[in-house]
Ligand binder design. Structure first.
Ligand code: HEC
Ligand code: HEC
Length: 432
């Protein structure tokens, strides 16, 4: 029924004025939404399936997801022994950390986004410097501010711990012998600073041994990715409302979300133009935009967003077109269409708005503590960005306090049930 109605709406064929035929055959009049807005509403229906990841052979493997769930919560994979992925992407905090900018071993330069529904992302990170979950997972492991580990330490920890090495062999293959400290130093990784002892140790290895380590390291990322792909949310009241509205009309939908939220949705798909960027099933167009956020005391002004992210993505050994990608011939991921342009200065990735109420604060630098502050910003647009300029399509909405509260009520109606309880903590053993 739902598909039939949405395809009717998309074709526009039955929209005369603002009247659509519903399944019962009786015409329904829409007073809140124009014909164009109804088409937008149809595009906001919940996602039906998760996209495949051809770059990761274990993306949908249950054993890999089990091992990945273990790794996600294991703080031994950090220099201090106290930081795991869950430190900054905490299931109890909507898979964020509740801080403006994240703290691991030391303070990072950005806000931790939630990992909820990230399986729908085309790009990872606020600047899109990775194009897969597994590429992304490798960054924090080696970032000195986050987990401060090195890929050699990751490999040795797996090899030296009985449970971990058995889990690894169940999902992938038995680990090679890494016991020769000359061939496989205790700690090493490639670094921009080639005088750093960690880089020198990495450089002392043969290309073949480096590739062996990179395979183990990327497999760790791929197992974590298999777990992250399960971290999804279910339909929210706003979905129920939109589905009922389109299939049965306004009267039937009334009551599924508050009147305030209904007015907020009118702004969202109307004068607010929010749906231009927060588009489609996951409320993001998966692209990068400059919304003109101003500086904050706790942020570094040199953060150019997508402008530098694109160079990092193209240079990464772990992008979808690199040698650790498992995309089969013919399905190879090509990034050739990407290049750095001045327009990317100050652009950041459009975040999903599903379950947004569960993980304040907001924006790439934790600029705002509440959704009210976010909507007040969109209403006034009274900040000037450090880099680039705000998108032209954005104009101050000049909402009064009630208008702001309406949009906030709609954003709150985007919260659906989170992942199953069993996914919210580590399994009893790493072995599937
Ligand atoms: C010290 C805190 C910290 C730790 C530990 C950490 N992250 Fe993050 N995570 C962040 C921050 C901050 C960002 C955004 C960084 C950026 O955009 O430059 C981020 C970004 C992400 C993203 C991108 C989401 C998106 O929508 O683009 C994913 C996925 C993610 N982290 C997963 C992980 C995994 C998996 C681990 C463990 C291997 C991990 N994180 C460890 C803080 C952390
Ligand atoms: C031109 C594209 C664009 C438009 C239009 C737009 N947004 Fe955004 N939105 C973004 C981007 C990009 C970010 C992240 C910005 C950053 O952190 O630098 C964002 C962030 C947000 C966030 C915070 C999400 C988080 O996880 O931190 C909320 C909430 C939000 N927008 C709601 C809205 C609402 C409501 C509207 C309409 C009034 C709107 N947006 C219009 C692009 C847009």
């Amino acid at each position: 029924m739902w598909n039939a109605v949405s395809s009717l709406l998309l074709s526009g064929a039955v929209l005369v004025g603002c009247t659509a035929e519903t399944d019962s055959g009786s015409p329904t009049t829409f007073s809140r939404f124009t014909a164009e807005e109804l088409v937008v509403l149809a595009s906001l229906r919940p996602p039906e399936s998760v996209p495949a990841d051809p770059t990761n052979a274990v993306a949908d493997d249950a054993d890999a997801a089990h091992f990945g769930r273990w790794l996600y919560f294991d703080d031994r994979f950090s220099d201090s022994g106290t930081v795991s992925c869950a430190t900054c992407h905490d299931p109890a905090q909507g898979f964020g950390d509740g801080r403006a900018i994240s703290e691991g071993i030391s303070t990072t330069n950005r806000h931790a986004p939630s990992i909820l529904n990230t399986v729908y992302n085309r790009w990872m990170y606020w600047d899109g410097r990775c194009d897969s979950h597994w590429c992304q997972a490798l960054g924090p492991l080696e970032d000195p501010r986050e987990m401060g580990f090195t890929r050699l330490q990751v490999a040795h920890l797996l090899a030296d711990d009985e449970g971990l090495s058995e889990a690894y062999s169940v999902v992938f293959a038995p680990l090679p012998d890494l016991s020769d400290p000359v061939r496989f130093p205790t700690a090493a990784r490639p670094m921009a600073d080639i005088t750093d002892p960690l880089h020198i140790a990495w450089d002392s290895m043969t290309a073949e041994d480096q590739a062996t380590i990179n395979t183990i390291f990327t497999n760790v990322g791929k197992a974590i990715a298999a777990y992250e792909r399960l971290i999804l949310t279910g339909p929210a009241p706003a979905d129920d409302y939109i589905i009922a509205l389109l299939s049965e009309g306004e009267a039937a939908a009334e009551g599924l979300i508050s009147s305030a939220a209904q007015r907020g949705l009118e702004v969202f798909v109307g004068e607010g133009n929010c749906h231009f960027c927060h588009a489609g099933a996951n409320y993001t167009n998966n692209e990068f935009h400059n919304i003109g956020l101003g500086p904050r005391d706790w942020l570094r002004p040199e953060d150019t967003g997508r402008y530098d992210g694109i160079t990092a993505l193209l240079a990464s050994d772990f992008n979808g077109s690199g040698s650790y990608s498992e995309a089969p011939e013919g399905a190879a991921v090509t990034l050739n269409f990407l290049s750095q342009t001045p327009e990317q200065l100050g652009q950041f990735k459009v975040p999903s708005l599903r379950n947004i109420a569960s993980h304040p604060p907001y924006m790439h630098g934790g600029h705002f503590n509440s959704l009210t502050e976010v909507v007040t910003f969109y209403s006034a647009l009274d900040e000037e960005p450090d880099w680039g300029h705000r998108e032209d399509l954005m104009v101050p909405l000049e909402l009064d306090a009630d208008g702001v509260a309406d949009v906030v009520a709609f954003l709150e109606a985007l919260s659906g049930p989170g992942p199953a309880e069993v996914l919210l903590s580590a399994p009893d053993s790493p072995i599937p």
